[in-house]
Write a protein that binds this ligand. Sequence first.
Ligand SMILES: Cc1cc2nc3c(=O)[nH]c(=O)nc-3n(C[C@H](O)[C@H](O)[C@H](O)COP(=O)(O)OP(=O)(O)OC[C@H]3O[C@@H](n4cnc5c(N)ncnc54)[C@H](O)[C@@H]3O)c2cc1C
Length: 380
Amino acid sequence: MNTAAIIGSGPAGIATAMRLKKEGFDSIILEEHDEVGVPENCSGLVSKKGLDDLKIDVSEVTQNKIRGAKIFSPNGTELKVTSQETKAIVIDRKLFDQMLLKKARLMGVHVSTNTKLLNVRKNTLFVQNYERGEIKKAEYVIGADGVNSTLRHLMGLKTTRENFVHTIQATCTGEFEKEYVRLYLGDYAKGFFAWVIPLNEKKARIGLGNILGENITQNFKDFLNQNIPNVRVFNPKSSLIPYGLPLEGIQKENMALVGDAAFQTKATTGGGIVFGMKAGNILGETIANTIKKNGKLSDYEKNMGLINRELRMHWKIRKYANGLKNEDINKLFLKLKEKGIEEFLEQEGNMDEPSKFIGKLAKKPSYWFMAKTLLNIARS
Ligand SMILES: Cc1cc2nc3c(=O)[nH]c(=O)nc-3n(C[C@H](O)[C@H](O)[C@H](O)COP(=O)(O)OP(=O)(O)OC[C@H]3O[C@@H](n4cnc5c(N)ncnc54)[C@H](O)[C@@H]3O)c2cc1C
């Protein structure tokens, strides 16, 4: 019997498997597709700090280096956050997953592609391998199977339409500022935002997210017409991002969820690579401690405390932003600009860990006009 069967070969699943292996335990990753990293539905923007924390060298899969962001309110007021240093890296997501897989395989992690989880009964997994049904055995079953997780469903965790953001993204050609990502707020991106992530001066990933039920194709056209009309759009693809608090009850009996399956995604930006991999490390260690009798699998949620604290803050910021009307956002942008938010974020901004700057912001008298909101977020 395998120690663990990990469903899904995304970053969260591979991180879990590698951590388990480092602790001396074998696992098998089951992946429904025949190639890892495919289909690719990601902008590939990852914080430099997050990658450093994870000790991952992405030089072989780096497409661009980013040192700032330009954020636009619905009426076009711009907040520019810049830095002399690289703040984020744009990676080729398919190659990134394949690079992780190669590292995992070198460590001795087993991967079975074309293997789809259908059902689980305790230690027995019912899978489909190509057209054939098969049975696999594992002591622990880990759902790293992404936003539409089968294991989450089998564990009885319910989600609703409100728990997902609908996204569309395309590769576009045009003229772009290579070192800045652009984020746009407006009616075309209700509940989320639109983005331009440059790959170089001539190519970018452009997309937007909105609540489910909107006409996303029309919204994307409106966004492009209003903001960047002179681009050529190739191969737009639609997908979902988990949207809400990190799920509770993500461990049950011998099963646990990690990554998008567990909603370990930043609700402000939709980014889930860094947090999913950090959670994978924590889960791998928790399983290892369970086997070594230094802990229990049910410690997983407790061990996720610090990460969940940040994820909850991301959600509070998102909820606050979603409660504002366009006019409120326009006014807020002007006021924040006047109070020096660009310089503040330059010094203190951290795209993964809002706790690092929300507390500091709340202590500055110039931002006391939003004291109630800041305190509410800081108390997550
Ligand atoms: C448009 C868009 C842009 C994004 N941009 C960014 C970004 O810039 N930066 C960032 O950090 N994050 C971004 N994200 C989010 C990021 O892609 C996810 O958070 C991340 O991929 C989650 O990793 P994961 O390992 O949890 O799941 P996934 O990467 O989704 O991997 C899950 C794997 O499980 C497999 N699987 C699913 N069901 C089964 C089954 N039943 N049996 C076997 N295998 C199964 C899938 O094939 C897949 O390979 C973006 C998401 C979208 C949609």
